[in-house]
Design a protein around this ligand. Sequence first.
Ligand code: PLP
Length: 355
Amino acid sequence: MPINVNKPYLPDIKKYHKYLDQIWQNNHLTNFGPLACALEEKLQEFLGVPNLLFVSNGTIALQIAYKLAGLKKDDKIITTPFSFVATTNTLLWEGLNPVFCDIDPKSFCIDTNKILPLLTTETKAILPVHVFGNACDVKALQTIAKKHNLKVIYDGAHAFGVKYEGKSIFEYGDFSTLSFHATKLFHTIEGGLVIAKDEAMIAEAKKMINFGLENSLPSALGINAKNSEFHAAMGLCVLEDLDFITQERQKIWEYYHQHLKDDFALQSLQADNNNHHYFPILFEEESALQKALLKLNEADIFPRRYFYPSLNTLKHHHTNVTCPISEDICSRILCLPIYVGLDQTTQDKIIRILK
Ligand SMILES: *Cc1c(COP(=O)(O)O)cnc(C)c1O
């Protein structure tokens, strides 16, 4: 069996069956059903934020957040080139213009010292990413946003369970979004979450994701981004096992750390905690990465080049700005396999090849 960077977590099937029995009894399959509501309640408690909405994926969660933030066609949005392509694809899809701001070479998050020169009267928001579960410099972002009247939308797809200065990372900014895709730390097979500072925004979002219906009548522009009871059921099962999932990932993370910290540069953490979602390592140069990747692939091990390439270099993004730090990190970074069930023999093999 090939070893991939990730393996979706599957809970005990009997547990999932119990939820299926409930779905059959309720005969309520989607459209804000009881399991979706139960999941939202549990997430409010778990994440420590009151205003949230379960949606069909993390990509549409971003698009909903842009609409809620009142962003309009051609608005400029300061964002990071070091992320998964969904971060900036969604901007372009909504007719918004990404303005790339380079990243900090240690945290891999947006470099807040480089934002000011990029601001114009057309800049309406900042879209930072809590990369690999690290925290952005949320205080500096808050200061900039306040001074220049910008909305802050965090792509928090990697930041499930992350805290910053004793608070949930999702308490910062106007909006945060999460992805509950099967490969993420917490998942609902496909799914996502919109988190808002303002309670009224979630009521608005709830209409938006249901065709703009209000009392069954189309009252505003909307789309379909609801999620189903089957997805919510998976989420309820996975959430029950989250302590176990986190402990297992932590063990794997610490084993890599212990054996690789002297050989590779690693991301420096600026959150209160590490959620052990990813284990990225930095090679000295791209050729060394390519050589290691080839050897690992020969052993049927498939780490991923996250993130590669730097988003500012994508043709369909039509930009000619350079972000030297992001481009450099992208060329040298590799995310190692980390998931529940990865055994130590395999980890030893990965470490041996890398050394
Ligand atoms: C996974 C991911 C997304 C997309 O989420 P989906 O649920 O797969 O649509 C967006 N941004 C980042 C940073 C991601 O890692």
